[in-house]
Design a protein around this ligand. Structure first.
Ligand code: GLU
Length: 418
């Protein structure tokens, strides 16, 4: 690693890069680069042995010009204030890229959830929900799953909120269990948009998806679904990884069998039908048609970028490529589908979930997937049109140009206050 990029600085440099192509004053750009507010709180809960432990937690509300703040809550030992600020900013521009009526937020608890019991995690989640209660709401700020959180945590937050507010408000949070107001297709949505965006990029570049080789870094919810769906579309998933390392098979892996192995053993490594095992760095530099980083920020730094041999990268994770690495990949003509488009399926189906919650009327999986495809294809078209019309080579900058303009328009149309 040549650097450990601060994600908040990465976000700010991405905004600066795009703003240079827009007729937006520096004073407005300044506003777009900072969160409106950040909650920092300390949660003290009782552990199963009767002792107490304190956990630091954050919620950043970055920008609400286009609608309620929206974005997930992650549980990870590396969560920090700057990371949460960056992730909340990426949500603003993600929602604007796919043109859904939300601003951006993000939260996190500094915790390694593997070290705690289910009962401890429930107490921790409910303690956070109690702190969040005054600032969230169906029309105010709507959390969702992120790294190491899922339906279970969302349901605990919903229940805590509804109990304290003495109401029913399923739209206060998305990513819930189906029986508790969740949406069909929500669990698969991030992986689905990652491959839909890749499909559009391949078509744009005149490349065939059928028979294309694919490597996936990270085998959590986004990575594993992306691997499964792209395999179903006729591509060959030659390598996948998690924090234990990577498995490789030049003739293709069976993504479902690897997932079963991971469920049974806790890791993708040791999968018996692999030809070889690699490190995560080796996976990221494989000579493949498509690379899907689906883990955490900063997976590809400047040094590693020089060795990347993929033709297309579809970012299932948020912020997996540092700005310096982006510069290298632009020189080597790698087509990078930015996170704010590629993984926007998650928040898009969260939006569908919220719409269904508000209407108390639920859609079929087919309708969810059709609407998702329409939105992702439309956003990809807007991106390539902007690249052509403005002569921008870098898809990330083009996505930010579209997104920033939408946020600025909403801000200016609102008029001055106070
Ligand atoms: N955590 C996901 C993201 O980073 C989903 C957010 C949401 O559904 O609100 O996009």
């Amino acid at each position: 690693m040549t650097e450990s990029a601060n994600p908040f600085e990465s976000l700010q440099s991405q905004i600066d890069e795009a703003a240079a192509h827009l007729d937006v004053g520096q004073d407005v750009v300044e506003r777009l680069k900072h969160p409106e507010r950040v909650l920092e709180t300390n949660l003290t809960i009782e552990l199963d042995d009767g002792s107490l432990e304190r956990f630091k937690a954050f919620r950043s509300q970055f920008n609400g010009d286009r609608g309620p703040y929206k974005g997930g809550i992650r549980y990870h030992p590396e969560v920090s204030r700057d990371e949460v600020k960056a992730l909340s900013g990426w949500m603003v521009y993600k929602c604007a890229t796919v043109d859904i009526p939300y601003g951006g937020g993000k939260g996190g608890i500094v915790v390694d959830p593997r070290a705690y019991s289910d009962a401890e995690l429930e107490r921790l989640t409910r303690a956070f929900a109690k702190e969040l209660r005054p600032m969230i709401g169906e029309d105010r700020d709507i959390p969702a799953p992120d790294v190491n959180t899922g339906q279970r945590e969302m349901n605990w937050i919903k229940d805590t909120y509804e109990t304290l507010e003495n109401t029913t408000a399923p739209g206060v949070i998305t990513g819930k269990h189906l029986e508790s107001g969740g949406s069909e297709g929500r669990v698969e949505a991030t992986g689905r948009s990652t491959v839909l965006a890749a499909r559009e990029a391949f078509e744009h570049l005149g490349k065939e998806l059928e028979g294309a080789t694919v490597a996936v870094q990270g085998y959590g919810n986004a990575g594993w679904i992306a691997a499964k769906l792209i395999d179903e579309m006729g591509s060959s998933v030659v390598a996948v990884s998690d924090s234990s390392g990577a498995v490789f098979a030049p003739d293709g892996l069976d993504p479902v069998a690897v997932k079963t192995h991971k469920n049974e053993t806790g890791a993708v490594t040791g999968y018996p039908d692999a030809a070889d095992e690699l490190t995560n760095e080796e996976l990221l530099t494989l000579d493949v048609d498509l690379l899907i980083p689906a883990a955490l920020e900063n997976a590809i730094d400047e040094d590693l970028a020089r060795d990347v041999r993929a033709d297309v990268i579809s970012e299932a994770a948020n912020g997996p490529i540092t700005p310096a690495a982006d510069g290298v990949l632009a020189e080597t003509d790698v087509f990078v589908i930015p996170d704010i488009l590629a993984n926007a399926g998650g928040v898009t189906v969260s939006y569908f979930e919220w719409v269904q919650n508000r209407q108390r009327f639920y859609w079929t999986e087919r309708k969810v997937n059709e609407e998702l495809e329409r939105i992702i294809v439309g956003a990809f078209d807007a991106l390539t049109t902007t690249m052509d019309e403005r002569g921008i080579d870098d898809p990330r900058t083009a996505a930010y140009v579209v997104a920033i303009q939408r946020v600025v328009d909403a801000y200016e149309q609102a008029g001055a206050w106070p």
